[in-house]
Ligand binder design. Structure first.
Ligand code: CA
Length: 245
């Protein structure tokens, strides 16, 4: 499945250029010309990476970056003006994964994106390999297993991928469309039956009472929401594990 890149850039010429370059490099590209539209697309489309211009007509790129960082763990590359050291430093301080100074070559653009994707998709470091959701459920990201009330349960790759997406956005509603596109691919985006089936599989493996789920909540007509375990963790010292990107 090709990686999905969202480009937030208000200059049409630049947007076109980036779009063409990335598509010919095999990426799936969508574009937004304002910060507000960009943020909406981040939520709706859950791209694999965001290319974010610093100077936008409504919000600044930094404001957009802060809002992305507050919600969703998606890698971001900032597009900065040439010679603006200050912008680069600020972007990196706010959590951008990299920056590209304009003008940049096609090759540079593609290689930076590939590098960031590679880096952010690497396995989580040792200390973060097992994520404790609560006393009954842990997820071993490295082995792709869940530990349910002390028992290791192996997940099929698609089950794991679905769980991973739900958990990376714990507490947020993920629409049927977004989950299907991200886990199975855009051509499956209408297949809610398939999604429902896999949620049933996961609940059988995870939940104490699959009919009254604690972890994977149904948001009627919209999608699913995973238990916001990270919010609960901040109340106790034991669960300080940050869920990796
Ligand atoms: Ca601009």
């Amino acid at each position: 499945m090709s990686r999905r890149i969202l480009v937030i850039e208000d200059e049409p010429h630049m947007l076109d250029l980036i779009h063409t370059t990335l598509e010919s490099a095999g990426f799936n590209v969508s574009g937004a010309t304002t910060g507000a539209d960009g943020l909406k697309r981040v939520r709706d489309e859950l791209p694999d990476l965001v290319l974010l211009d610093v100077n936008l007509p409504d919000l600044t790129g930094f404001e957009v970056l802060e809002q992305i960082r507050a919600g969703i763990p998606i890698p971001v590359i900032m597009l900065t003006a040439q010679n603006s050291e200050e912008d680069r430093v600020r972007g990196l301080e706010l959590g951008a994964d990299d920056y590209l100074a304009k003008p940049f070559s096609h090759r540079e653009l593609v290689s930076r994106i590939k590098a960031v994707l590679r880096r952010t998709e690497m396995p989580a470091p040792l200390a973060r390999q097992v994520v404790e959701v609560d006393d009954e459920l842990s997820v071993d990201l490295d082995r792709r297993e869940v530990i349910v009330r002390g028992e290791r349960v192996r997940l099929r790759p698609t089950e794991f991928k679905l769980l991973h997406h739900l958990m990376s956005h714990a507490g947020q509603i993920l629409t049927h469309d977004a989950l299907l596109s991200r886990v199975w691919g855009p051509e499956y985006r209408d297949d809610t039956q398939l999604l429902r089936l896999y949620v049933t599989y996961l609940r059988k493996k995870l939940e104490r009472d699959p009919a009254h789920p604690r972890y994977i909540h149904n948001e009627r007509g919209l999608g699913y929401r995973f238990l916001d375990f990270r919010a609960a963790e901040t109340e106790s010292p034991r669960g300080r594990i940050k869920y990796p990107d």
